[in-house]
Design a protein around this ligand. Structure first.
Ligand code: NAD
Ligand code: DAU
Length: 364
């Protein structure tokens, strides 16, 4: 069996669902269920004894060690983290604690467990740490994409906390020989994406007749990867990756934020036209930029393709259509996660931003 952390979050739940759709190998799913963790994401697994959910904080080293000794997994896939850049700007403390101390705690528990394994199991054990392309900082328009040897230059409390975690993982391999693997992935999108992030937020706001808040000039570039492609890449790294190595994972889909929002509006105009027949584009508002906003991310994903034979299956066009359709079909899921504490967050993040421009083409 394997142990997954953060398996009730966006990528983690997609990973667990994909894993158990493809195999009967059991998964121990460890999640604290913060605002971002949602057991409704895993409803399809009801009645599947191979899915064992445990509510534990990754910072509880003894609790994690006990779980490892009870279930004896052959691998850990570590997703659990605070993941939202804007939240890290408003309150970095939880990011330092969860992402750095939490990863340290996971590494300590894993080291103790791994050291005690019989020789054959010890050699086969893997600790796969899921990280981000944001650790590499920001690119200029003409810069080459991030490769595995690009120097770290994190710019937000979130990315700095992930960078610190990556360094700890690296050190546990070099110092103790822990068989680690690290993946640095670009922006994911798809089902169960929490509607605080760009794509699901824009879909939810569009349908609710609310403003579509584009930060700054909307020309920041992200590389988009459909979440099931990310899950497939992680399975491949787990199976064939070389210990101590890092692998960049990306979708070869660089888009400006404005392109993404325009695409979403066009798909919604087609699938769910506004009652008054106005395009959703008219809801676009340009708002005060994110402090320290990274301009461009781009991933060079040739190493994982060359060494492990992985490349994405979805294009941005196919993935984004599936995503919009999923949100149209799952509006109850969105309504549920948007209730309660989420409302306080919306007030904190958006009510203080000036609305600079309200036209659809970005012109004042
Ligand atoms: P998410 O915020 O949707 O989910 C995080 C999960 O971790 C939640 O279920 C939450 O309850 C759990 N969690 C948080 N703190 C915990 C703690 N102390 N103990 C146990 N569980 C805890 O995040 P996501 O978007 O699914 O990202 C998953 C991982 O992938 C993160 O490590 C993130 O840095 C990384 N990543 C995300 C993206 C992306 O585009 N979303 C891209 C690259 C890398
Ligand atoms: O690159 C990988 C990273 O992608 C992950 O490590 C993070 O966990 C994940 O949250 C994501 O970070 P971003 O900051 O790129 O994602 P977000 O969806 O918050 O924003 C995407 C872009 O859209 C970014 O340039 C900011 C912009 N944006 C975002 C929101 C929420 C807006 O213009 N308006 C918004 O309301």
């Amino acid at each position: 069996m394997i142990l997954v952390t953060g398996g009730a979050g966006f990528i983690g739940s997609n990973f667990v669902l994909d894993w158990l759709a493809q195999s009967n190998e059991p998964v121990v799913n460890v999640d604290k269920l913060t605002y971002a963790g949602n057991l409704n994401n895993l409803l399809a697994l009801q009645g599947r004894p191979e899915h064992i959910f445990v509510r534990v904080d990754i910072r509880d080293t003894a609790g994690i060690e006990a779980l490892l000794n009870t279930h004896k997994p052959r691998a850990i896939v570590h997703f659990a983290a605070e993941s939202h850049v804007d939240r890290s700007i408003h309150g970095p403390g939880e990011f330092i604690s969860t992402n750095i101390n939490g990863t340290f705690s996971m590494l300590e528990a894993a080291r103790a467990y791994w050291t005690g394994l019989p020789e054959a199991e010890c050699a086969g054990f893997r600790f796969l740490h899921v990280s981000t392309d944001e650790v590499f900082g920001s690119l200029g328009d003409a810069d080459p994409a991030f490769s595995e040897t690009t120097a770290y230059a994190p710019n937000s409390p979130y990315s700095a906390s992930k960078a610190a975690a990556d360094h700890l993982v690296r050190s546990y391999h070099h110092t103790y020989g822990l068989p680690t693997l690290t993946t640095n992935c670009s922006n994911n999108y798809g089902p169960y994406h929490f509607p605080e992030k760009l794509i699901p937020l824009m879909i939810a706001n569009a349908l609710a007749g609310k403003a579509l808040p584009v930060y700054g000039d909307g020309k920041n570039v992200r590389d988009w990867l459909y979440v099931s492609d990310h899950c497939a890449a992680i399975r491949q790294v787990l199976q064939k990756g070389r210990c101590g190595e890092t692998y960049n994972i990306g979708g070869w889909n660089e888009k400006t934020n404005l392109e993404v929002v325009h695409t979403l509006c066009a798909i919604l105009d087609e699938l769910k036209p506004n009652a008054g027949h106005a395009s959703y584009r008219e809801q676009i508002h340009f708002v005060t930029d994110r402090p320290g906003h990274d301009r461009r991310y781009a991933i060079d994903a040739r190493k994982i393709e060359r060494e492990l034979g992985w490349k994405p299956v979805e294009t941005f066009e196919s993935g984004i259509k599936k995503t919009v359709q999923w949100y149209l079909d799952n509006q109850t899921w969105v309504a549920e996660v948007q209730s309660g504490a989420y409302q306080n967050w919306v007030e904190k993040n958006y009510n203080q931003r000036d609305t600079a421009v309200t036209t659809q083409d970005g012109k004042p």
